[in-house]
Design a binder for this molecule. Structure first.
Ligand code: SF4
Length: 357
């Protein structure tokens, strides 16, 4: 008991002194700290970047432009193999209809996410992104691709990452986000997504994206079969990358939805997610914005604001998680009211107007 008290005392002193915690500290906290202690430390780190009652949100849509994919991740309920019934590719007109609807619902951020589709040439993407810029101007912003898709497209077009990043930039792309990271350990990827690039390749691609002057983010998904050590390794690599590049605008963690997936399993509890979010906030002391996932935790995600998060999306669609069991509510006022009940003042965040967001 005395040892535990002294370990907590040392970690608390680090946080209060703005020293960073180590992987060993994170492991200790996960195993020994109470929810209240984790929250207290997370809110102390949050306080370095944000006023106590401040939080921001966006209304957004994930546009799943194709579900055809050759990666065969065993945790995915979304994909169809090439030639399989149910596979689709959206036309420009179909994408525009989704973006028009997003604007009507008060949103202004679209995030494109699809499969590794061997039948879609680079031109499909470049023409689509250029057409969106022309049609919508600064009315809305878009996250063009996840890093995983970016790597596949670069490979498929036989371009190195720098050349691919430049090509997308020329097409009007400003953001390529950190999606497709799930758990960034080589062993996790061997177990579940062996065709989805290594951790080393992931960061090499993200470095090229930052070097090209494009904006990017960090993401993480928890609740598969990953160990706590793997979660901490993911956080350590992310923190290191941010130390080296300062290119990560935010960090978003969501939870795995197991329904209709090959690996199946049961969801982690919201309580576990919130503990993890607090640990992320404490560990990632060099990323100002930590985002909590309404998409996978619904309203209760907002309790993450009490665990160090400061930002969230109100999504109107994401077929990938919805196919695996996520449910989406368009009752934004109800969700925002919950944030208010928790003591926060949510403010809309316009990505298009804030260059570093
Ligand atoms: S998670 Fe993405 S890359 Fe993996 S199979 Fe599904 S669509 Fe393909």
């Amino acid at each position: 008991m005395i040892i535990a008290t002294s370990a907590l005392h040392e970690i608390r002193a680090k946080v209060q002194g703005r020293d960073r915690i180590s992987s060993a500290d994170a492991l200790w906290l996960w195993k020994n700290a109470s929810d209240a202690e984790l929250r207290e430390l997370a809110m102390a780190v949050r306080g370095r970047f944000h006023a106590p009652d401040a939080c921001t949100y966006m209304v957004m849509r994930i546009v799943n432009y194709t579900n055809v994919c050759v990666a065969q991740c065993d945790y995915c309920a979304f994909y169809k193999l090439p030639g399989q019934a149910g596979g689709y590719v959206l036309s420009q007109e179909e994408v525009f209809a989704k973006l028009d609807e997003l604007l009507v619902l008060g949103g202004d951020l679209a995030a494109f996410n699809g499969g590794f589709n061997p039948h879609l040439p680079l031109d499909y993407y470049c023409e689509l992104f250029a057409a969106i810029r022309v049609r919508y101007g600064d009315q809305l912003e878009f996250y063009a691709l996840t890093i995983a898709e970016f790597m596949y497209l670069a490979d498929h077009a036989k371009l190195d990452f720098a050349a691919a990043a430049e090509r997308f930039k020329q097409a009007g792309v400003r953001w390529i986000t950190g999606g497709g990271s799930e758990i960034l350990t080589e062993d996790f990827r061997r177990r579940h997504s062996k065709f989805k690039y290594t951790v080393a390749q992931y960061f090499e691609a993200q470095k090229a994206i930052v070097d090209a002057g494009l904006k990017t983010t960090a993401t993480m998904v928890v609740g598969f079969d990953e160990t706590i050590e793997e979660r901490i390794e993911h956080l350590e690599s992310t923190r290191q990358f941010q130390d080296e590049t300062n290119g990560l605008a935010s960090f978003l963690c969501w939870t795995f939805k197991p329904y209709f997936t090959q690996i199946g399993g049961i969801e982690i509890t919201t309580a576990e997610y919130l503990r993890h979010l607090a640990l992320c906030r404490i560990y990632l002391d060099n990323i100002p914005r930590i985002r909590t996932s309404v998409l996978t935790q619904n309203e209760r995600a907002l309790e993450g604001l009490l665990c160090g998060a400061d930002d969230f999306d109100l999504p109107i669609e994401d077929e990938v998680t919805q196919k695996a069991g996520a449910t989406i509510s368009l009752n934004f006022e109800k969700i925002l009211n919950y944030a208010r009940e928790l003591g926060f003042t949510p403010t809309y965040r316009h990505v298009a107007l804030q260059p570093r967001d």
